[in-house]
Write a protein that binds this ligand. Structure first.
Ligand code: NAP
Length: 271
């Protein structure tokens, strides 16, 4: 029997509604308008789309949006000076510096210059450490969204066998920490993992964050497992020469036959 499809658009709409309600309450109760500053350095097309969407969503939730678009050649010192100004600005409550940054900029220095309380991406070393030690932290949004979908689907995750494929700081590592926080037994796999198929087949929860189109096939999935596909890969269209389509890190058609539940790509990430 084909897997249940986990619809991230529904979850995303619910979260957006909750955020808008909280923003309205802050305005009415305290006269505070939360402000989000987004810093984009350079012309990366995907980053431009992300930044535009963040601005639209911020305004739709009733918050103030501040966008800073800097040229690709902007010196690191200038970016750090902007971050320092935003840290000190009482109208700015959250700061997002869009990654990747140009090669001449040390991304870690810029991220760690953000005040930890305004680090809404959860990439600052203080928030990473708080999450790793099980304390209250600002958490990267992609793994947090995965956790929310998993909790919505399963309720209590305690004791489940979770395998996360991919160990990036943005997705894989915080995903593993969050699942550990919910008392899963967690394996964090990566490009040097031996017998990856065998490791994946152990998973009650399989999270793919690899960046390799359709790498995880159905025969790597345990019968009835929940598969969360974080991957977003653009590949040539099968039907229209010259066009492209989006696929995940999991081969949907084979995984859907084995999994108990699965997130489709596109379609799981609120868009
Ligand atoms: P990343 O920084 O490139 O990390 C990829 C990870 O996958 C690395 O840890 C790498 O292992 C591992 N890997 C690569 N090839 C592998 C293989 N053959 N077998 C096992 N592991 C392998 O990527 P990322 O930023 O985490 O993103 C992963 C995917 O998620 C991408 O498709 C990205 O577009 C997508 N993404 C989606 C969202 C969203 O909102 N849905 C957000 C962020 C990213 P090593 O560490 O050993 O090299």
């Amino acid at each position: 029997m084909a897997a249940m499809i986990i619809d991230g658009k529904v979850s995303a709409a619910k979260v957006r509604g909750q955020v808008a309600d909280k923003v309205a309450a802050l305005k009415a109760g305290h006269g505070i308008v939360p402000g989000l500053a987004v810093v984009l350095v350079g012309e990366d097309p995907a980053s431009r789309v992300y930044v535009k969407n963040k601005g639209v969503q911020t305004l739709e939730a009733g918050m103030a949006s501040f966008e800073y678009k800097l040229e690709a050649a902007t010196p690191e010192a200038e970016i750090l000076a902007l971050v320092a100004r935003l840290n000190a600005d009482p109208a700015v409550h959250g700061i997002l510096v869009q990654l990747p940054l140009p090669a001449h900029v040390d991304a870690a220095s810029v991220i760690n210059a953000i005040h930890p309380a305004k680090d809404v991406d959860g990439f600052h070393i203080s928030n990473v450490g708080l999450l790793a030690t099980g304390q209250k932290a600002l958490v990267p949004c992609t793994p947090l969204g995965c956790l929310m979908m998993l909790r919505d689907h399963h309720g209590d995750l305690a004791g489940m066998e979770a395998v996360v494929v991919g160990r990036s700081n943005i997705v894989g590592k915080p995903m593993a920490q969050l699942l550990l926080g919910d008392s899963c037994t967690v394996t964090l796999a990566h490009s040097r993992t031996q017998d990856l198929g065998e490791v994946c087949r152990r998973a009650d929860i399989l999270v793919a964050a690899v960046g390799r189109p359709e790498m995880i096939r159905g025969d790597w999935v345990k019968q009835g497992a929940t598969v969360i596909d974080v991957g977003i890969n653009r590949v040539p269209s099968l039907e229209d020469a010259g066009k492209t389509r989006l696929v995940g890190d999991c081969h949907f058609d084979s995984c859907v036959e084995v999994a108990g539940a699965i997130t489709p790509v596109p379609g799981a990430w609120g868009r």
